[in-house]
Each structure stands twice: as C-alpha cells, then as structure tokens.
Design a binder for this molecule. Sequence first.
Ligand SMILES: N[C@@H](CCC(=O)N[C@@H](CS)C(=O)NCC(=O)O)C(=O)O
Length: 204
Amino acid sequence: MTLKIHHLNASRSQRIVWLLEELGTPHEVVHYQRNSETGLAPPELLNFHPMGKSPLLEHDGVVIAETGAIAEYLLAKFDPDHKLHPRSDSAEFPRYLEWLHAAEGAIFLPGLMGFYLMNSGLSDHDLASRMGAEAVKAAGTIEAHLSKHAYFAGDTFTAADCLMGFQIGSMKTTGRLPTGSATAAWLDKMQARPAFQRTLAVGI
Ligand SMILES: N[C@@H](CCC(=O)N[C@@H](CS)C(=O)NCC(=O)O)C(=O)O
C-alpha cells in the first residue's frame, strides 16, 4: 500500500498532514514550495491533477483532490472504528459534517477573499468591506459554537477539528483571534496535541 500527501508549504494542505498524523496511518509527505514571487504552487503538481493545487492525496496510484473529499476518503478507508468521525446514526454526525465542509465553504471564503483583496491592493474596494463583514460573522459563528462545545462535532475531537484548524490558526497569525475567547482556548488545546506537534515537525 502506498499513501502519499502532496503538500504545499504554508497552505491549507497542512490540515490533511495533521489528519494523517491523528490517524496514525503510514504515509509519505511529498513537499512542494510556493513560488516566492507569485505564491503559486510549482508546476510539478500539474503532473498529478489538472488544477495543480494542494492538497492532493495519492493512494495506490489513485489521486484525489479537494480537502473535504480527501478527509472523507481517508476516514472511510482508514478509520473503521470511527475514532475520528462519528457514525452516521449518531447525534454528532450533522454538526460534524457541517463543520468538515464549512472549513472550505462559507465560513472560510470571506477570510480568503479578504486576503486576496489585500494582497492585490484592493482593501478599499466595496467587496473588501463586504468580505470583512462576512469574516466577522464567520468568526462569531465559530465563537458561539466553541463557547458551548469542546470540539466542532461536540464533546469529542474529530477530523472536523483538523479541517477547521487552518482557518483558526490563520485568524491568530493575522491578529483576528481575540485573547481569552473560546476559539483561542480551542486553538491552544489543538496545538498541544501530540499529532499536531508531529505535524509541525514534518514541516507546514
Ligand atoms: N478547494 C481546494 C483548494 C485547493 C487550493 O486552492 N490550494 C492552494 C493552497 S492553500 C494552492 O494549491 N494554491 C497554489 C496555487 O493555486 O497555485 C481544497 O480544499 O483542497
């Protein structure tokens, strides 16, 4: 069995590197570096998928893109005892699924768009203030949830925490994570996990 994660530095593919560490499934991390001027992925990734983006998972020669799909694939194949994903008949399943996909959806996009607008010198554009308002709403949604629940799916750690980690980590590095908030406490708890520490050692 060969399992590889094609991982781009400083990117959301760190969520999958972390998930693989949590799963404990033997795998190889293949590292790629962003172009220092454009920030884009190197063309080598186009050898595996026509979008040339990361993460890409390669399992016995089969390549799969998209973070949410990769996470679901890994859990279906390598988490038979449901340690990191609730069973579909459990009470936690709907919230789990919602956050697993929110990590690349409406909760995530305003921050990403704001980042692109800022990097393009368009911080004064109408769209930037619209995205700013959406980002505040997203942060409030996350904070309201984590004020009531220890983890994204409820009382137990799941893959949804790995996927949401990148966004919340970015909120911290860009100074958008209020000290003393439930979200900040959740991030501290995540970063103390041995699998997260191993992810840092792999290189994100
Ligand atoms: N929706 C995709 C997004 C993939 C994506 O945009 N990855 C970024 C890394 S954060 C990337 O590869 N950027 C480099 C590029 O577009 O050249 C997913 O969830 O995997």
